[in-house]
Design a protein around this ligand. Structure first.
Ligand code: GDP
Ligand code: MG
Length: 184
C-alpha cells in the first residue's frame, strides 16, 4: 500500500517558513528543500490549498519546512490579505522566514509590506530572489536590497542554482539545538 506523506508532528524541530506572493516559487522551493513532490506546483497562482510540512536535513541540522502557500487567497480574495495571513502564521511558528520574491519581476508593494510586518515581529528573515536561472537574470535583484535585510539570496528553485549559500544561511539562523537530557 502506498503511504501518504504525513505532516511532521515533531514539534521540537525548528521551523522554516516559506512566505511570498502567489507564483513566486514557494512550492517549488519546498519540493527542493524537502525532496518531496508533496507541495503542488502550478502555473496558476494560489493553487496550493493547504499548508504543507516537510523535513529537510542539511549540514547535520534537521528542520521543518512549511509552505504557507495555502493561504495565498483569503476569503476576501485579496492577495494582500492572504500574505498578511502567511506572515501571521510565520510569525507564530517559524524560527526563520524565507521571504520569496520573483527575482525576474523585482520588488512589488506586497513584498515590501510583508517584509515590514515580519521585521516588526523581530523574525529572522532571509530575502530570496527566485527564478534567477542564470547570471543574466541577476540584474533585476538590485532593488531587493531595499528590503533592508542585507544579503539577497539569488536562487533558482527549479534548477537548484544558489541553494548551498541559502542553506548555509538557513542553518546559521536556526536556534541552537536543544540537547536531549540523556546527552548531558
Ligand atoms: P507558489 O505559488 O509560490 O507556490 O509558486 P510555484 O512553486 O507553484 O511556482 C509558480 C511557477 O513558477 C511555476 O510555473 C514554476 O514552474 C515556476 N518556477 C518556480 N521556480 C522557478 C525557477 O527557479 N525558475 C523559473 N524560471 N521558474 C520557476
Ligand atoms: Mg504554492
Amino acid at each position: 500500500m502506498k503511504t501518504q506523506p504525513r505532516p511532521i508532528v515533531d514539534r521540537s524541530l525548528p521551523v522554516v517558513a516559506l512566505v511570498g506572493r502567489p507564483n513566486v516559487g514557494k512550492s517549488t522551493l519546498f519540493n527542493r528543500l524537502t525532496g518531496s513532490h508533496y507541495a503542488i506546483v502550478e502555473d496558476q497562482p494560489g493553487v496550493t490549498r493547504d499548508r504543507r510540512y516537510g523535513k529537510c536535513e542539511y549540514d547535520g541540522r534537521l528542520f521543518r519546512v512549511v509552505d504557507t502557500g495555502g493561504i495565498d487567497f483569503g476569503a476576501e480574495g485579496s492577495i494582500s490579505v492572504g500574505m498578511r495571513r502567511q506572515a501571521d502564521l510565520a510569525i507564530a511558528e517559524a524560527d526563520v522566514v524565507l521571504l520569496i520574491v520573483d527575482g525576474k519581476r523585482g520588488l512589488l508593494p506586497d513584498d515590501y509590506d510583508i517584509c515590514v510586518k515580519l521585521r516588526r515581529a523581530g523574525k529572522t528573515i532571509l530575502v530570496v530572489a527566485n527564478k534567477i536561472d542564470g547570471p543574466r537574470h541577476e540584474d533585476g535583484i538590485a532593488d531587493l536590497y531595499g528590503l533592508g535585510g542585507g544579503e539577497v539570496f539569488a536562487i533558482s528553485a527549479a534548477h537548484g542554482r544558489g541553494m548551498p549559500d541559502l542553506l548555509d544561511a538557513i542553518v546559521a539562523g536556526l536556534p541552537e539545538p536543544v540537547q536531549a537530557e540523556h546527552e548531558l
